[in-house]
Design a protein around this ligand. Structure first.
Ligand code: M6R
Length: 628
């Protein structure tokens, strides 16, 4: 949550920083700001609305685009920038980062990701010493602490301040007495420092994907409680006690990282939905040529052949992928499998055996609770695997094994292609496990069904206009319930989450049988039911459930297989999924159709109401949840 970008090098630092912030914008987008040192020391005040002393800064509520439009084009020697997702204090200009010490000529400018748990206590102590605070943020406490400890040695003051902090942080700061340097530090929050030897430039970001098109870099990922001092052409890293430490530099090609582009689609979400057939085809053609499907796990075949318990972890959509896979793995690979929400798992003292495997699933690899849950599993000595879309992310760096999704950058906060990639990778993982454990895989579910997913998705995407017409009949409702049974239950949870997060419409998913244990009390003609009916094993039961809600007047929108003779007679609207698909492929099919449905309902609802919608950046959300 929140994005950081900083630049020290020969290019225009302000422009480079604005461009870099665009690359982390989906991390938080309620306000944005930049600070730096003016290149020319001149008496004349720049046109910036708040230039004081030698530090130039500009920050405001709103997007990076708005910042880019309004920031005076000052020539800076270096720049640090931030795009915010509010944790402490409302999204407004005052609380936007950079935060500065409250003097009339600020000495320190600082940007921060994360949350300081003991900020209230520290603020109280500082206020008793007479320090004035101008914002409601926890971040300002860090600035004031540095100021409190600063005599002439900035590094010492910085380290002393960090020792006082409880919580998580990635921090980047500058001080007017040290205009040649940027200080950075991290604890439980990602912070990458890239060095381009050719261009002689340093780039700092909370996400190395923001280094797109910056050539071949050497990247240092700061570890917990490390402090970095970045100067022109040099990077020094220290531990908390200011002992210099040698830091790992990972070769990182930012040359091929694509610059984010909607490629002509109205939203990233739609583009990413349409990316899916190619992503599936790429993963499956590469991975299914021969057994073993997962080359990365081959050296560990013995260990994986003994796994007798699997815990799949994730948050939000990634938890839905976990839940789906738990049905599949038990069914196909016959291994006891449970899916847990990462934030719950970490506090429940789980029982894990010596042959347990913990799988952490995440698009970003930076979700705080998923990382904490992985660490909790590692503390218990259990083998861990991450399934992740972002290479070099914390999860990837910390898990024993990793399966990279390679779905390409996912920009929209609403996760679509990452989810179906997770499902596909988990399917391969399931087949891999079955093979190494010598479990015969039934014919109903095999590689052929996986290989049909890409063309099947294409045919669903071909129904976009039809789905948009259906959506237009439902876009005026204010609340929805999504129902499914068996693997269609997690699919319905995921579909409900998609609609809810991008439209602001109330949408909940339930196992269809649970309806009569409570939610049916809500059902009437104002409350549509979206029914996932394509699970053949539970089809007859779904028919009964739909008759029950129909009797109570609920509008019914169903998704089912093309051969279905019954559901279309009950439902008001039916989206038919391609003929001849097996149970598991029907989950992919229902999911793809539900993504389009959510997108179209949100688009129409947003246009027809005054809901402040931006499908790619839903209100209050962020792409990456790095606070717990
Ligand atoms: O990066 P992760 O997969 O770990 O993120 C987990 C959730 O925050 C994420 O899936 C969230 O629920 C999405 N906004 C859903 O579209």
């Amino acid at each position: 949550m929140c994005g950081i970008f900083a630049y020290l090098g020969p290019e225009n630092p302000l422009a480079t920083c604005v461009r870099g912030l665009k690359g982390v914008e989906s991390r938080g987008y309620d306000s944005a700001g930049i600070a730096g040192f003016l290149k020319r020391r001149e008496k004349k005040q720049p046109r910036g609305k708040k230039h004081r002393g030698e530090i130039f800064f500009f920050k405001q509520t709103g997007s990076v685009d708005a910042l880019a439009r309004n920031i005076p084009p000052e020539k800076l020697a270096l720049a640090i920038g931030h795009t915010r997702w509010a944790t402490h204090g409302k999204p407004n200009d005052r609380n936007a980062h950079p935060q500065l010490d409250a003097s009339s000529e600020p000495a320190i400018a600082l940007v921060h990701n994360g949350a300081i748990d003991n900020y209230a206590h520290l603020k109280h102590l500082l206020e008793r010493k007479g320090r004035l605070f101008r914002s409601d943020t926890d971040t300002e406490v860090i600035v004031q602490l540095i100021k409190e400890y600063y005599r002439s040695n900035l590094l010492e003051a910085f380290a002393k301040a960090l020792k006082e902090l409880e919580g998580s942080f990635a921090i980047v700061a500058i001080h007017k007495d040290h205009p040649d340097q940027i200080l950075a530090a991290a604890r439980s929050c990602p912070l990458a420092i890239g060095w381009n030897a050719e261009k002689k430039e340093h780039l700092i970001s909370s996400d190395p994907n923001a280094f797109f098109k910056r050539g071949d870099l050497k990247v240092t990922f700061l570890e917990n409680d490390q402090i970095a001092v970045v100067r022109e052409g040099s990077l020094e890293v220290f531990d908390q006690n200011l002992e210099a430490i040698s830091h790992k530099q990972v070769p990182f090609s930012a040359r091929d990282l694509p610059e984010p582009s909607k490629e002509g689609f109205e939203h990233y979400m739609l583009k990413e939905i349409f990316d899916q057939p190619a992503v599936m085809a790429n993963m499956l053609s590469k991975r299914t040529k021969h057994f073993p499907f997962l080359d990365e796990l081959v050296p560990y075949t013995n260990a994986f052949s003994e796994i007798d318990q699997i815990t799949l972890l994730g948050c939000g959509t990634s938890w839905h992928a976990a839940l789906l896979a738990s049905y599949l793995i038990e069914d196909v690979a016959k291994i006891t499998t449970r899916a847990e929400i990462a934030s719950e798992f970490r506090y429940r003292n789980p029982v894990l055996g010596k042959n347990s495997l913990v799988v952490a699933i995440s698009q970003s690899g930076e979700t705080a609770d998923t990382i904490a849950a992985l660490r909790a599993a590692k503390m218990r000595g259990v083998r861990t695997l991450s399934i992740c879309n972002v290479n070099y992310s914390t999860l990837v760096r910390e898990a024993d094994h990793t399966l990279l999704l390679e779905a390409g950058l996912e920009i929209s906060v609403c996760s679509t292609k990452a989810f179906t990639s997770q499902m596909a990778m988990l399917s391969l993982f399931c087949l891999h496990l079955a093979k190494v454990q010598s479990i015969p895989v039934a014919d109903v579910w095999n590689l052929r069904s996986l290989q049909s997913i890409a063309p099947m998705m294409k045919s669903i995407l071909g129904k976009k206009e039809e789905i948009a017409r259906v959506a237009s009949r439902y876009a005026h409702y204010k609340k929805f319930i999504f129902l499914g049974r068996n693997a269609m239950y997690p699919a319905s949870l995921e579909a409900a989450l998609k609609l809810m997060e991008i439209s602001g419409i109330v949408a909940n998913g339930y196992p269809a049988a649970e309806l009569k244990h409570g939610p049916i009390a809500l059902i009437d003609e104002s409350f549509p039911v979206v029914a996932f009916c394509a699970n053949k094993q539970t089809h007859a039961k779904m028919v009964n459930n739909l008759l029950e809600v129909k009797a109570r007047g609920a509008p019914i929108l169903a998704m089912t297989f093309e051969e279905d003779q019954e559901i279309p007679k009950i439902a008001d609207d039916t989206i038919l999924l391609p003929r001849g698909l097996d149970e598991w492929s029907l989950v992919f099919a229902s999911t793809t159709a539900a993504q389009l449905l959510a997108y179209e309902i949100a688009r129409i609802y947003g246009q027809e109401t005054d809901y402040p919608y931006d499908i790619d950046k839903p209100r209050n959300l962020a792409k990456c949840v790095t606070v717990e």
